[in-house]
Design a binder for this molecule. Structure first.
Ligand SMILES: Nc1ncnc2c1ncn2[C@@H]1O[C@H](COP(=O)(O)OP(=O)(O)O)[C@@H](O)[C@H]1O
Ligand SMILES: [Mg+2]
Length: 277
């Protein structure tokens, strides 16, 4: 198995660190529907929706309605901030995308695949197309930085001769080559999060989903993490980041999707953290 056989040169792939534009997407049979959903401007570079949510609602078993009739399209190449107060449904939306939870109604479509219809055993394969980053890093404490990143490939039975160069490259991308042999406990918070980002990237995902990745970091380090995510996005990876960090969102003027009580209250290209009108 190669890391990404059908894709253009990537940040973790072979060859020089030059990014070729993604090939033109094949025409999609449901294109007209998707185009309608994506009717609002997105400011993205790609035109193929990687994520489509159609009328998605999520009711937890205890009756709590976490998402209500959410319609969202994320084209390839987009950088999206998912904002909103605590309890608004941000993490639920993310859990639906990584199929940690299943929508109560509506469709969640990742790269053309309806996540409600895939079999349980196919879930890991779908998740491999996504890199996931959490607020609390979720690193393995007994393993080094290098091993934490390599582990993500080992569990997918990647041949060991491919693991070493892939891990080395991705650690270089996040600037952790010098810390490769350290255990997580010996790293700063920012370094731990960069390790988690390296682990998320090593599969060469199309999409990075980060749930409050700077939630435990001070402002300066949060900016470093944002710079890294922006750079990864420039290299062609779509990024969806849930955050409470108003300064960062307002300063960067990217697409802002704001949830309030489970509904999309605002979806604005170049938006600030708070509504400005
Ligand atoms: N497993 C669960 N069971 C019941 N209610 C939940 C569960 N997970 C989240 N909720 C509720 O759903 C709502 C949305 O939560 P969440 O998606 O975590 O919001 P956010 O990430 O924006 O803070 C909240 O009211 C939360 O308490
Ligand atoms: Mg949350």
């Amino acid at each position: 198995m190669t890391v990404a056989p059908q894709r253009p040169p990537s940040i973790v792939g072979n060859g020089p660190a030059v990014h070729a534009p993604r090939q033109a997407p094949p025409p999609h049979p449901a294109r007209s529907v998707w185009a309608r959903i994506l009717g609002r401007p997105t400011g993205s570079t790609g035109d193929r929706p990687l994520v489509v949510m159609r009328h998605v609602s999520k009711v937890y078993p205890n009756g709590k309605v976490a998402l209500r009739e959410v319609d969202l399209g994320i084209p390839e190449g987009d950088f999206v901030f998912l904002v909103g107060p605590s309890g608004a449904g941000k993490s639920t939306l993310i859990k639906l995308l990584i199929r940690d939870e299943i929508a109560t109604s509506g469709d969640v479509i990742l790269d053309g695949q309806n996540l409600a219809r895939i079999k349980r055993r196919a879930v890991p394969k779908v998740r491999r197309r996504i890199g996931i980053v959490f607020q609390d890093y979720k690193l393995l404490p007994q393993r080094t930085v290098w091993e934490n990143v390599a582990f993500a490939l080992e569990v997918t039975a990647t041949p060991s001769r491919l693991i070493r160069p892939a891990v080395d490259r991705v650690l270089a991308v996040v600037g952790l080559t010098g810390q490769a042999r350290q255990l997580p406990a010996t790293l700063s918070g920012g370094e731990q999060q960069r390790t988690a980002i390296a682990r998320a990237l090593v599969h060469d995902p199309r999409l990075i989903i980060a749930d409050e990745p700077t939630g435990n970091l001070d402002p300066l380090i949060s900016w470093e993490i944002l710079q890294l995510l922006l750079r990864i996005n420039e290299l062609g990876v779509t990024v969806l980041m849930a955050t409470h960090n108003a300064d960062v969102v307002t300063a960067l003027r990217r697409r802002v999707v704001a949830l309030e009580e489970g509904r999309i209250a605002r979806d604005q290209v170049g938006g600030a953290y708070h509504r400005e009108d």
